[in-house]
Design a protein around this ligand. Structure first.
Ligand SMILES: [Zn+2]
Length: 363
């Protein structure tokens, strides 16, 4: 009974603190609060980061695992049952996903997070650094392929579209936790025609465009991470040829091997990075970050050799996160922890890029 009483006391205490914090004093925890179907929800990842709680989200199983010290908590999106140190706790509302972010009902914050993780000394989870949103306010994340276009398929059956979407979602969560507005060309497993991806980008008025892909090569040994940017201009004849080809391209049925270059060509054609130097800088920052944060071969920055005819005038890069055709990299990309590291490394590359912008332009 005693621990229960303590929990209730802590709950009341925290509720009072939070409430009074909202009303008068500057908030120690400036967390967004959502009202979903009449219930109060908090975004889980920013909450974890505030408390120095380690988190891992597997978008395939939709299970979030939290840990700090000896405490372990598991939650599942869509479920109102959570496991707290092996004991089941039923929430009054399910864990949910709202605008691409995992959200938890107030009860979970108050009875689990505030109790288990508040008493422990928190370590700053987020490195104190430049806040990306100071220079980059809105980003498009384009998870390559989707629906009936699986993209590359690894030897054990891992599909590129799933890997791309998972990394894209993780990156979106990270960016949103820093206040960046993220638009995703797709947030589910569905096919988005290229022209629609472009339309989304054009309508969104973004600062950056990042397309996430995973590679494949006939040479199984081929491995590594690379980032593409838009290259210098094609001549008019090539451009006309490209346009003619793209008009005939059956996007729905074309296989990965035959269409990937075409897809990229059209994509880049439509998303012109008006300042190529910016895209190159962004690509370099991402590669550098991946090189220093991950044990992976960084192939480097490459130009995609396509000129873009029209479209959003934003710096744009296409990230190839690894080779699904390579046994080792397929195994790594299958791992949620690894995909999280990829997203975090891209994020840090973006941070370096944003910081570079600030130092050249002045914040
Ligand atoms: Zn791809």
């Amino acid at each position: 009974m005693k621990p229960k009483n303590q929990i209730i006391l802590a709950f009341i205490f925290c509720a009072v603190i939070t409430f009074s914090g909202c009303a008068t004093a500057p908030l120690k925890e400036a967390l967004p609060v959502y009202n979903i179907k009449g219930a109060t929800y908090y975004p889980l990842i920013p909450l974890c980061e505030l408390r120095g709680v380690n988190w891992q989200y597997d978008t395939f199983t939709r299970i979030v695992s939290l840990s700090k010290g000896a405490h372990r908590v598991s939650l599942k999106a869509g479920d109102d049952l959570v496991l707290v140190n092996q004991r089941a706790l039923i929430l009054n509302h399910p864990v949910d996903i709202y605008e691409g972010t995992i959200v938890v009902p107030a009860k979970f914050k108050e009875q689990v997070i505030d109790v288990l993780f508040k008493t422990l000394k928190s370590t700053p989870a987020k490195p104190v650094g430049f806040n990306i949103s100071a220079k980059i306010r809105k980003v498009i994340i384009d998870a390559g392929h989707g629906g009936n276009d699986p993209g590359a398929i690894g030897r054990t059956g891992l599909r590129e579209k799933d890997v791309n979407l998972d990394i894209a979602k993780r990156l979106a969560i990270l960016l949103r936790s820093e206040g960046v507005n993220v638009v995703m060309t797709r947030s589910t497993d569905r096919f988005i025609p290229l022209d629609m991806r472009v339309q989304i980008t054009n309508n969104a008025k973004v600062d950056l465009f990042i397309s996430i892909h995973s590679n494949a090569n006939h040479a199984r040994s081929m491995n590594g991470f690379e980032v593409y940017y838009v290259a210098t201009s094609l001549n008019d004849a090539k451009r006309a040829l490209l346009a003619a080809r793209s008009a005939n391209l059956n996007l729905e049925s074309a296989s990965f091997a035959s269409n990937s270059l075409e897809l990229r060509a059209i994509l880049w054609d439509m998303l012109y990075a008006y300042d190529r130097a910016e895209s190159i800088q962004l690509a370099r920052n991402i590669c550098k970050s991946v090189g220093s944060n991950m044990d992976v071969r960084v192939i480097g920055v490459k130009d995609a050799r396509y000129e873009v005819l029209r479209g959003a005038r934003v710096p744009a890069v296409l990230v190839e996160t690894g080779f699904l055709s390579n046994y080792k990299e397929e195994r790594m990309l299958k791992n949620g922890y690894y995909r999280q590291k990829v997203a975090e490394s891209i994020m840090e590359g973006l941070r370096d890029y944003a910081q570079g912008l600030a130092s050249t332009e002045g914040v």
